[in-house]
Structures are given as structure tokens and as C-alpha cells.
Design a protein around this ligand. Structure first.
Ligand SMILES: Nc1ncnc2c1ncn2[C@@H]1O[C@H](COP(=O)(O)OP(=O)(O)OP(=O)(O)O)[C@@H](O)[C@H]1O
Ligand SMILES: [Mg+2]
Length: 225
């Protein structure tokens, strides 16, 4: 029996600012099937629609027509919030993906409980697993758990967003240019961490990448937009 693709995008058309002078047709009749456990790289020039594909899956862009299924369930009309139970996201923009006015510890807390409020009592310290994730980045962030995100550099924020994406073992992970703000050493450490985590959790990953030469050991398939 043929298995159901974990992601099944059919004839997707995305139009920003439809009907206005700023209308942009970002994707036209785009289709893509991704099997469970695949690590898929999406590459292509600036403005070719890579972030739009990830945004369509996570629910943050205006879909004009077409459908998106996750594990056979049609999520096209689901809110981003509902989709977040299945999808972990690291944004190209390092200002997104973390809450700037909360500390590293608090960001882990709200990510873990997946709600806007915190139950009382809640963990006052990072868990062992969370500390281990931060240690993998090699940026000593585990000792800055009470620092607010807006006190961190772009690369530090991006590294934390990667750790947060793995916090809840989500079946689908969407990483948009997730190493763009990382220096070479940190990039290698974060890449190894991501690969190990994705494999151990049998996660399906879609990664948008410009410079694929440093990712050769990493992906199972590549598509160009
Ligand atoms: N919020 C938005 N409002 C209007 N147009 C948008 C918006 N986001 C993207 N676009 C347009 O949609 C098209 C695709 O953009 P997208 O961000 O998906 O490209 P990309 O391939 O991710 O580019 P880059 O490599 O520069 O990140 C572009 O023409 C862009 O101008
Ligand atoms: Mg982009």
C-alpha cells in the first residue's frame, strides 16, 4: 500500500494584497509532495517564493486557491495557531519566532505549554533537555536564561528559535534561512544539532537555503523555485 505523504500541496496560488495596486502573485499552481522523514531543501533566487511556500504551510500567507494536507488532513482553512500543534517554524527574520520581551527561560515555558498563559506553579528553571539544547549551540546561552530575547544578538536569537522548534517534537519543521545570522563555527554546531534531532525524532524538514554548498551532507532532496 502506498503511504500518504506527510505534506501534500496541490495547485497552490498565493496572492498578496489581492485587488490592490500592490498585488503580487507569489505562487501559481504550485504542487509538492513530501514523504515522512524527508529533509527537503528549497532553493531559488530572491523573491522566487521560498518563504511564501513555508508561510502557506504554517498559515501566515493569503492562499487564493489550492489545498494543503498534513498527514492526509486538509489544513488549508486552519488558523496558524491550530497548525502550530503540528508545525515548528524558524523564521528568516530573526525578530520573529521568539517573544522579545520575555526571557530565554520564559520563551521555553510558553513554547512547552503551548498557551499564552502559564500554569502555577511552573518550572522556575530550564529543564535538563532545554539546557542540553542550548549547550549544542556553543553560544553559552544556557547561562543567560534570565536574559530577555531583545538583549540578544540576531544570531543568538536565531539559535534559540532553533532550540524552541525542537521543544515539542513536532512532525513537520519549517526552517527559513535558519543559519543566515550564524557565524561559521556556530552554523556547524547548529547544523549537527538539527540533523541529529530531526533524525532521532523522524521529523520531516523543509529548509530554505541559499548557499547549499555547506549543506551537502544534510538533505535528501532539493527543489528549485
Ligand atoms: N507580506 C508581503 N506582502 C506583499 N508581497 C509580499 C509579501 N511577502 C512576500 N511578498 C512578495 O512575494 C514574492 C515572493 O516573496 P518571498 O518572500 O516568498 O521570496 P523568497 O524566495 O523567500 O525571497 P528571499 O530569498 O529574498 O527571502 C516577492 O515578489 C515578494 O515581494
Ligand atoms: Mg525568504
Amino acid at each position: 500500500m502506498k503511504s500518504i505523504p506527510i505534506i501534500d500541496i496541490r495547485d497552490l496560488t498565493v496572492v498578496y494584497n489581492a485587488g490592490t495596486i500592490n498585488e503580487v502573485v507569489a505562487l501559481t499552481d504550485f504542487s509538492l509532495k513530501v514523504e515522512k522523514g524527508e529533509i527537503l531543501v528549497i532553493t531559488g533566487g530572491n523573491g522566487s517564493g521560498k518563504s511564501t511556500v513555508l508561510g502557506a504551510i504554517s498559515g501566515t500567507v493569503p492562499i487564493k486557491s489550492g489545498s494543503i494536507k498534513i498527514d492526509g488532513i486538509d489544513i488549508t482553512k486552519w488558523s496558524p495557531n491550530k497548525r502550530a500543534k503540528l508545525i515548528g517554524m524558524v523564521y528568516q527574520d530573526t525578530m520573529l519566532g521568539t517573544c522579545p520581551n520575555l526571557t530565554i527561560h520564559e520563551n521555553f515555558q510558553i513554547c512547552k505549554i503551548n498557551k499564552w498563559w502559564a500554569p502555577i506553579p511552573y518550572n522556575l528553571k530550564l529543564s535538563k533537555k532545554q539546557i542540553e539544547s542550548l549547550i549544542h549551540t556553543g553560544l553559552s546561552l544556557e547561562s543567560r536564561d534570565v536574559s530577555k530575547i531583545n538583549m540578544l544578538s540576531g544570531g543568538q536569537r536565531q539559535a534559540i528559535a532553533v532550540c524552541l522548534a525542537f521543544e515539542n517534537s513536532k512532525p513537520v519543521l519549517l526552517f527559513d534561512e535558519f543559519t543566515s545570522s550564524l557565524d561559521k563555527d556556530t552554523r556547524e554546531k547548529v547544523l549537527d544539532f538539527v540533523l541529529e534531532k530531526a533524525k532521532s525524532e523522524n521529523a520531516t524538514m523543509l529548509m530554505v537555503i541559499h548557499n547549499i554548498s555547506m549543506f551537502t551532507k544534510f538533505y535528501s532532496r532539493i527543489i528549485k523555485l
